[in-house]
Ligand binder design. Structure first.
Ligand code: SF4
Length: 347
């Protein structure tokens, strides 16, 4: 730990910051991918891309990003939209709380900032759902302000650059990484420097086998010099995942499926298969697993007869209209699986 702190302190002395930044910038101009959100300085579009890229791969995000901007081109349009429309356009990306926060952020920008993203990083960070990383990304990518960023890619690059052995998901590790990112980001050209660190982590300084032979900053890298790159970054041991069981009903009538709309914080506004209080004494039609925070959930779906009257928050949905219904991701997976089985047995 003392060694890591000393490494950060000596960063500006030990590393030649100017040559390091120059090497990053030259490589970025030469090798960076041409991604749609890199062609704009519009803070709204950059914010949308950053929120979508949380927990989702670049290739998956690209079509969703284009579709979102076509439907909600600016803060005003998004702020005026119904939440059901926002969730429907987000559908397929999962983690719907991101869409809700984006919607709330748009309303705040419209109501409190005259429809324009504030330039002050503290005000950006005060918007709903925006943390330190996203605020730094918007401030540097849209306004070229010297704000540091640390995401998973940047954390890996910095941990190796410094030969940092403290777990990067610990408080001490995070504070070391943010301190290093703050030292590294230049007064002018933060957009390029931050973009280069992220891109280097995505393309060269990759998790399992860093391509040090292709790395533009190899001569600055302490892990490369010490032969420790492949063993970094370190993370805290993961707690064992708790097991949860979820039992749901598959009730079909005249080409419609019975769904239940969620009102709790977890999936508010989304539809799912109706929950059963206990597991029936029959064989489930389908069983699948999905992760949820620190849990591994086993979802079992049982055939159930239709009952009337319908309970509150329950509704019949035509099977043909399900692509336009905001469903939770695991329940969409279950429904698609059951429908394709039904088609196969009918065919
Ligand atoms: S030299 Fe290797 S470990 Fe160091 S930053 Fe480059 S790719 Fe990563």
């Amino acid at each position: 730990m003392r060694r890591d702190t000393a490494a950060i302190r000596s960063l500006s002395l030990r590393l030649s910051l100017h040559p390091l930044r120059r090497a990053l910038a030259a490589w970025f101009r030469r090798a960076a991918r041409d991604l749609p959100w890199r062609r704009t300085r519009d803070p709204y579009a950059i914010l949308v891309s950053e929120i979508m890229l949380q927990q989702t791969q670049v290739a998956t995000v690209i079509p969703f990003y284009a579709r979102w901007l076509a439907r909600f081109p600016d803060f005003a349009t998004l702020a005026a939209a119904e939440e059901s429309d926002v969730l429907a356009v987000w559908q397929g990306l999962g983690y719907y709380s991101r869409a809700r926060n984006l919607h709330r952020a748009a309303k705040t920008v419209v109501n409190s900032h005259d429809c324009a993203m504030p330039r002050d990083p503290a005000l950006i960070r005060a918007l709903p759902g925006i943390g330190r990383y996203t605020a730094g990304a918007v401030a540097s990518f849209a306004f070229d302000l010297p704000e540091p960023i640390v995401d998973a890619n940047v954390a890996r690059v910095l941990a190796r650059l410094l030969d940092l052995h403290t777990p990067i998901d610990s408080t001490a590790g995070q504070s070391a990484l943010w301190a290093a990112a703050t030292v590294l980001v230049p007064e002018k050209g933060a957009r390029i420097c931050n973009g280069a660190l992220m891109e280097l982590g995505a393309l060269v300084c990759t998790p399992r086998t860093p391509r040090c032979d292709k790395c533009p900053i190899r001569s600055h890298c302490a892990a490369f010099a010490n032969g420790t790159a492949a063993s970094l970054p370190r993370k805290k041991p993961r707690p064992k995942q708790a097991e949860l069981a979820e039992h749901c009903a598959w009730t079909i009538s005249r080409g419609r499926v019975l769904l239940e709309q969620q009102t709790g914080a977890r999936w508010r506004g989304l539809w799912k298969l109706p929950a059963l209080p206990t597991a029936p004494h029959t064989t489930p039609l389908l069983t699948l697993e999905y992760p949820f925070t620190h849990h591994r959930v086993t979802l079992s779906v049982f055939a159930q007869p239709a009952r009337s009257p319908l309970r509150e928050h329950f509704a019949w949905h035509p099977l043909a209209s399900l692509p336009g219904v905001p469903l939770t991701a695991p329940h969409r997976r279950a429904i698609e699986n059951l429908r394709s089985r039904a088609c196969q047995s009918a065919g």
